[in-house]
Write a new protein. Structure first.
Length: 298
């Protein structure tokens, strides 16, 4: 069972075995549809990492939406996914008008992920808000730069309360809270995650040396200390994709976030042991995701 509001639980295999993840079953339509809105002309790899991580988490279908200049390459690199080209802003980011292009897909998706690989926080925040406005059901996952631009826009997301997951690093969490990064230390992360969860109504996983997960109803989880592998480029994109994939196939955004954080950390530990802690790439985490999730599933 998940912890009660007075407890702080750990995201370990032993602890999560008392709250097992439902195994994926049924056809692809029964296992949910994940829409990944991510990447830019300069960072198409972020969209790739998130989309493949979602697929490895056994969501039924994955759709990827990124700027038209990279969409063909993404389609070849991820043959299992439908890929949609989007209008591009002058700096190479996804233009916020893309939300109108995607409106039908946004409404039909079980879960929508916005943010990995976005380069301009203002454009990315506007894209997230317009995406949220098109959602009548499902879960919204927001990662990376959009979060830095959403500090004053909680009202624009209020209709999705209890149906959002935020996965910021410390800098992004500070921006979301209206703070400067140097105002937030590792000792502040538990309180910061709780404040953001309460204010936005989102399950919030703040990534630092420890990852603190907070829910709007007061529950808390804490990860084990992160190894150096979790700080490699692209690691956060993988985490966002795992969380997105799980949110597409389970009924509880809280469980999707908690198990996503665990799977990400455990995958990193396994790759780190193989590489002796040096020189591994975020893409290597992808191969470990299915076996980690299988170990904490019913």
């Amino acid at each position: 069972m998940p912890p009660q509001s007075s407890e702080v639980a750990e995201t370990t295999s032993a602890a999560l075995s008392r709250w097992p993840l439902p195994r994926a079953s049924g056809g692809k339509h029964e296992r949910g549809t994940c829409l990944v809105i991510a990447g830019s002309a300069m960072t198409p790899g972020a969209a790739l990492l998130s989309a493949v991580a979602a697929l490895r988490s056994e969501v039924g279908k994955v759709q990827v939406a990124s700027v038209t200049s990279v969409s063909a390459a993404l389609g070849v690199a991820i043959p299992e996914a439908l890929v949609v080209g989007l209008p591009e802003a002058p700096g190479g980011d996804i233009h916020p008008d893309a939300a109108a292009v995607l409106a039908d897909r946004i409404r039909e998706a079980s879960v929508v992920l916005v943010g990995p690989g976005c380069m301009d926080s203002g454009l990315a925040a506007e894209l997230a808000v317009r995406t949220a406005a098109s959602m009548t059901d499902g879960v919204l996952v927001i990662d990376a730069l959009p979060l830095e631009g959403l500090s004053s826009r909680a009202r624009d997301l209020s209709h999705l309360r209890d149906r959002m997951i935020f996965t910021p690093n410390v800098k992004e969490a500070a921006g979301l809270a209206g703070l400067e990064p140097d105002e937030v230390g590792d000792d502040d992360l538990q309180a910061l995650a709780g404040d953001l969860a309460d204010r936005f109504g989102a399950v919030t996983a703040v990534k630092g040396e420890l990852t603190w997960i907070a829910t709007p109803d007061g529950r808390r989880w804490c990860s084990a200390p992160a190894g150096p592998g979790l700080s490699v480029a692209g690691s956060g994109d993988v985490l966002a994709g795992i969380v997105c994939g799980l949110a597409g196939r389970v009924d509880d955004p809280v469980q999707a976030a908690v198990f996503g954080v665990h799977a990400h950390a455990e995958a990193a530990d396994r790759v780190g042991r193989r590489r002796r802690g040096l020189g591994y790439l975020a893409r290597e985490l992808l191969e470990e995701i299915p076996s980690v999730l299988a170990e904490v599933s019913e």
